[in-house]
Design a binder for this molecule. Structure first.
Ligand SMILES: Nc1ncnc2c1ncn2[C@@H]1O[C@H](COP(=O)(O)OP(=O)(O)O)[C@@H](O)[C@H]1O
Ligand SMILES: O=P(O)(O)OC[C@H]1O[C@](O)(COP(=O)(O)O)[C@@H](O)[C@@H]1O
Ligand SMILES: [Mg+2]
Length: 496
């Protein structure tokens, strides 16, 4: 990383240092690689809706801290640029040709984001050319496009899924950028998860290499909540809420029968946020199993022993399992190296597997009939429309994304950090995945709410502590040495 005075700049990072350990991880701007760009006054200043708002425009120096819990002598730490409308913009309305694409798995709220991008571009900035790319990244070069208007998108937020369609795989950077260039597109809004944001980053790099005046903007989507830095992703609340219906059903079923067990599988390929929050919300769950907390079945402190105890004490129990939990236990028995078109691991059905294991164990070892009902609501949850709070969140995300692009920023993901809308450079979003930290307070709250075993044998607990210590040391180094920027979110849960 090359440093020039107070500024450090390369194609990956644009870092500005300030007083008392202040670090701004800034996002790229079109003017970084194109000279003599014209600017225009923001039409919002003449918009009657905003004309009465004092200080409507975001100050050029406004930034948002990544870490809000600080000590008296802590350095000020990492900050991100605050999102919002700027006084000067870099595109005239009739010059903008925007496009929107959705990629990866479904998530509640995709249609709301599409709707608000279209309406925001039309109503706030007077943009009339907005193109929908069908079927994910491959749609740029192999599918039809849709002309999106406020009329077309008017009702779509009431529907689940994405009106544009989506896909995995098919990311061909040069074909995509050729298509952007051929169609004269100059604002690209890309809605998707970690894989999608990696793809968006590659598109931004290629656009920049070709010197194009094209703003490339990511909007983070993930039902799993596995995107780092941001407080939480849209659709997550809706998913947790919808999961309650499955958990309630599991509870009713289990209560109604002798030795009843209700088992619910929830999404979460590499992380257990939905399972953890759905469990905390429900109070009916006796055991929550997530990928971050390995568990075992046999012996003291194991799952079978805990099930026996619950059945003896209460006559029934409810288990919630994230789809990525216990995969290491299954992998011994089944071939598990398959990947999907995007290179994500294809998981075995841990719900079916564990149901069978529990039934077999209790019939063999205890000569006991277990009434186990397995509910897999995963795709039903993913396909719902977003709830009210997610709808508001999607609206703010979409509007923030637009303001940034109009102001000439590019190569960023729009995201909520400590309750404020920000612009985060792509590399920070893609460098790692967000996970439940099992040595954190949130997981402890869950354990104390379910009373389940921690499944940590003392050896594991020490290892976890060492891992945590290592992270803390990294954070300390990070605070002292801004050239070594690591992720601070490791030690904080992303959803509070
Ligand atoms: N490293 C990468 N570089 C470029 N494109 C990628 C990369 N990883 C994933 N993609 C593309 O992003 C899209 C969505 O990725 P996927 O992992 O399926 O979903 P999500 O974005 O929800 O994580 C796919 O079209 C995939 O080809
Ligand atoms: O069957 P599909 O469509 O590949 O999706 C399954 C995966 O999609 C998810 O819902 C979300 O994953 P992405 O964020 O990568 O889209 C995972 O929880 C799940 O494992
Ligand atoms: Mg993903």
């Amino acid at each position: 990383m090359a440093a020039t005075g107070n500024n450090i700049d390369n194609s990956n990072a644009k870092i500005v240092l300030g007083d008392a350990g202040y670090v701004l991880e800034d996002v790229p701007h079109l003017s970084d690689y194109i000279s003599d760009l014209s600017t225009y006054s923001n039409p919002l200043q003449d918009n009657p809706a905003y004309s009465v708002v004092k200080q409507y425009f975001v100050h050029v120096d406004d930034t948002v801290p990544q870490k809000v819990v600080v000590h008296k002598n802590s350095p000020r730490g990492i900050h991100f640029r605050r999102a919002g409308p700027r006084q000067r913009i870099y595109f005239k309305a009739d010059e903008v040709h925007a496009c929107i694409v959705t990629c990866g798995g479904l998530c509640p709220g995709l249609n709301t984001v599409i709707r608000e991008l279209v309406c925001g571009l039309y109503n706030m900035y007077g943009v009339k050319k907005v193109l929908g790319i069908e079927g994910g990244y491959r749609g740029f070069y192999s599918k039809n496009t849709i002309h999106l208007t406020p009329k077309f998108v008017n009702d779509i937020h009431k529907r689940g899924g994405t009106v544009l369609g989506t896909s995995r795989g098919g990311h061909d950077t040069s074909k995509i950028v050729d298509s952007i260039q051929d169609r004269g597109i100059n604002q690209v809004y890309i809605i998707g998860g970690d894989g999608t944001q990696r793809g968006a980053s590659a598109i931004y790099e290629e656009v920049r290499r070709r010197g194009l005046k094209v703003a490339v903007v990511g909007i983070p989507k993930t039902i799993d909540n596995d995107i780092p830095i941001i407080d939480k992703s849209f659709g997550f609340d809706s998913a947790v809420e919808e999961a309650q219906r499955a958990i309630n059903a599991a509870h009713v079923e289990s209560e109604s029968m002798e030795n009843g067990i209700g088992l619910v599988k929830l999404m979460g390929r590499y992380c257990g946020f939905i399972a953890m929050y759905a469990t905390l919300a429900s109070r009916d769950v006796d055991c929550c199993l997530i990928p971050e907390s390995p568990f075992y079945l046999e012996g003291p402190g194991g799952l079978y022993e805990y099930i026996s105890r619950c059945l003896k004490d209460n006559g029934h129990m409810v288990i919630v399992i994230a789809e990525g939990a216990g995969q290491e236990l299954l992998s011994g028995s089944i071939d598990s190296d398959k990947l999907d078109a995007s290179g994500n691991k294809l998981l075995q059905d841990v719900g079916l597997w564990i149901s069978q294991k529990i039934k077999d164990h209790f019939s063999k070892a205890h000569k006991m009939t277990i009434n186990l009902k397995y509910i897999d609501p995963t795709y039903m949850i993913r396909a719902i429309p977003s709830n009210a709070s997610d709808n508001v969140y999607c609206t703010l995300l979409a509007q923030s994304a637009i303001h940034g692009a109009m102001a000439g920023y590019t190569g960023y993901t729009s995201g909520l950090v400590n309750g404020r809308q920000t612009y985060i450079p792509f590399y920070r979003i893609t460098e790692k995945q967000n996970k439940v930290v099992i040595t954190d307070r949130m997981w402890a709250r869950l354990l104390s709410s379910t009373n389940q075993p921690s499944f940590l044998i003392p050896k594991d607990a020490v290892a976890e502590e060492l891992k945590e210590e290592e992270t803390t040391n990294k954070l300390d180094n990070n605070n002292n040495n801004t050239n070594n920027i690591e992720d601070e979110t490791m030690s904080k849960p992303s959803v509070m």
